[in-house]
Design a binder for this molecule. Structure first.
Ligand SMILES: [Zn+2]
Length: 386
């Protein structure tokens, strides 16, 4: 089979023996594989990432000098079952799978470890227990987006966003666009999206954002003001003192009414902001610009250290949450939202290449105006994204 091997940041398309499924594993033919932002980072920066993984107890993350086959956002079809499989999906069944593989007594991340080669190839191995049949009618292109949509769905769930919450998405790359799609699928009425790129703002609109902001000329945090969020310290103080004064005029003890108000969730409003950029300084700029009491869900990945001003976050009582990956249930729910049409991610897909076009696709993805998600189709001869 053919595969794209990355070593010392160089890509080579090579011939490799077909992989042999071990116990509980299934060999798939790759139909489509998405190029992820983490692949772009890992191409040159996987040593920093591997060092970080060691600090959380995982020492099998690929290093730059090792030959690695990327690709963790894939759809495929079943070719062969390994020993001990339940074989509920027969040969030829279209499937997706969580990118985790159990081998040599460890569990590895497919496409980011040399122990679990990814889907920048004709074929790959997946774990049968983490594999799911693609519901009828769903194209391999859209099915390949199950993984990034699951990331977005998990982030939205981490945000505890209600339908009437104001949600603000900072950064409209593939993850930000996925978060916009997931927020709208959840029924959130007001989704504000922000990106410096004109092309990305157009995609945000296509994904259903209600208000799209160019942060060079406008702030996404003050774009919606009528929903009761507090923009500054004086307005928070006015709310506290003013409420206390109003309650004083009523014949019931103010503390009963205050407690009742809290129980009913009356105050304060918490806008939910999704950080989908992953560049140093962005979390700090959100803390600086966000309304008081905002909840910030960090989805963008900065691998190195970053600086924040805790006192600013304290003064505004900003809540910081971090989101990572998804559960098997969230992955399945993402797949079925795609199949049911609640999420239509087709605006994200801006190009397709063959294995020989991976290098050109990586170059094209450096321009946010041109591309969002490029898919690899191993059967395609295309050497640049079309
Ligand atoms: Zn990814």
């Amino acid at each position: 089979m053919r595969a794209v091997v990355c070593r010392n940041a160089e890509f080579d398309v090579v011939d490799r023996p077909e992989p042999v499924p071990g116990r509980g594993q299934v060999r798939l033919r790759v139909l489509r594989c998405g190029i992820c932002g983490s692949d772009l980072h890992a191409r040159r920066g996987s040593d920093a990432w591997a060092d970080l993984a060691v600090r959380t107890g995982y020492d099998r993350f690929a290093r730059t000098s090792q030959p690695i086959i990327f690709g963790h956002e894939f759809s495929g079809e079943v070719i062969e079952h390994g020993p001990g499989c339940r074989q509920t999906a027969s040969t030829g069944t279209p499937v997706v799978a969580l990118p985790l593989l159990r081998s040599d007594g460890a569990i590895d991340t497919i496409g980011l470890s040399t122990h679990a080669p990814g889907a920048y190839a004709d074929q790959l191995l997946v774990q049968e227990s983490l594999m799911m049949p693609v519901p009828g009618g769903l194209s391999p292109e859209v099915a390949a987006l199950t993984e990034p949509i699951a990331v977005a769905w998990h982030a939205v769930r981490r945000g505890d966003v209600g339908k009437r919450t104001v949600a603000i998405v900072v950064g409209c790359g593939p993850i930000g666009l996925g978060v916009i799609l997931a927020l709208k699928a959840k029924g959130v009425r007001t989704v504000v999206a922000s990106d410096y790129s004109t092309g990305r703002r157009a995609l945000a609109r296509a994904c259903g954002a209600d208000l799209v902001i160019d942060p060079a000329s406008d702030s996404p945090f003050t774009a919606v003001t009528r929903r009761g969020q507090l923009v500054d310290t004086p307005s928070a103080l006015e709310l506290v003192v003013g409420t206390r004064e109003r309650l004083e005029r009523l014949p019931v003890g103010w503390w009963h009414l205050w407690r009742l108000g809290e129980a009913l969730g009356a105050l304060p409003k918490r806008p939910v902001i999704f950080e989908c950029v992953g560049v140093p300084g962005v979390i700090e700029s959100i803390i600086e610009g966000a309304p008081m009491f905002s909840r910030v869900v960090v989805v963008g990945v900065v691998v190195g250290p970053d600086q924040i001003t805790p006192a600013m976050a304290i003064n505004k009582e900003i809540e910081l949450r971090f989101a990572y990956a998804y559960s098997p249930l969230e992955f399945r729910d993402a797949l079925h939202m795609l199949a049911g049409g609640e999420i239509d991610p087709r605006p994200l897909i801006t190009g397709t290449v063959g294995l020989d076009g991976v290098e050109a696709a990586f170059a094209a993805l450096s321009d946010p105006e041109a591309h969002a998600k490029i898919l690899i189709d191993p059967a395609s001869p295309a050497v640049r994204p079309t």
